[in-house]
Design a protein around this ligand. Sequence first.
Ligand code: COA
Length: 318
Amino acid sequence: MSYTIAGTGYALPKRVVTNGQLSEIVDTSNEWIITRTGIEERRVLTDESLTELALQAAKMAMANAKIKSTEIDLIICATIRSDTITPSLACTIAEHIGCTAPAFDVNAACVGLIYAMEIADSFMASGKAKNVLILTAEAMSKLVDWTDRSTCVLFGDGAGAVVLQPGRSRLACSMQSAANNGSILMPNTEGENSPFNKHKQDKMVVQMDGGEVYKFAVSAFAKRSEEVCAMAGIVPTEIDWILPHQANLRIIDAALKKMGVHKERALTNIHKYGNMSATSIMVLLAEEIERGRFKRGDKLLLVSFGAGLTSGALLIEY
Ligand code: COA
């Protein structure tokens, strides 16, 4: 027994920030950002909190799944940094929706949704949970260095949610962590106020070696995807729809070329939202379900890579 997708939801900040607006803050241009990444604009938190977005997404997913909060047995939230270190965002949402099920956050950066779905699958397979609410919520605008043009143009904020119920959708999953070697780093210097700690602290912002991450991303994307196809006994060209992590259109194109899969199979929303870390694939999945893209039985590949360095692919039958 595994799961089926019973309902999805998403929520985005109201504020749209265009490439043109960024070019007023850092030395960049609309043309550079579009040609190097495919991003045209992103959403950025202003008046809303990340918790409010996650709550909206959770309510939408529960309404679509026609499920009450008291029926949920487990809440997992994929995030790299919620509004509070404790309580976890999963616990905060549990309180808001009136649910007392176990709730915790998972940090696997951009691969967080896939990690969370695998944890949910284990709980469901062992009979410990029947209805699981998974949230993804990221406030990347609070984590980037807005003076660093090589990173601040890439990211955006958003939240998503999915309710899983018993079913037979999960076909195969492959997850990995690889040596980071400093390719993506974000020091946690919040609260470094001990009078005994005399170490000089780094800035608490995303630091990235774009070129190294690009190479890792293309290779991990193709490898994890080919692994899940082999596990499920299919070839990559038999996948109906690919929902890749939305970090860079060039990464998606290069990985698909490596796999011999036509790029029309890949769904994208990077032009509207940029890279929303764990939330990218969740929002994409929810939007595509909303517009009726998939038919029952379609094979969907969720594939992601990110800080850690983490990577993962999940093959499901819709
Ligand atoms: N606007 C204008 N120029 C920029 C720029 C910006 N926003 N950011 C970087 N540049 C400049 C660089 O300074 C460099 O200038 P130089 O040649 O004079 O030194 C030039 O553009 C080329 O930089 P480079 O890093 O080679 O660009 P790229 O084609 O590799 O694209 C990334 C950079 C970051 C878009 C790309 O490497 C990437 O997407 N990497 C993966 C990132 C990722 O996936 N991260 C998240 C993982 S979840």
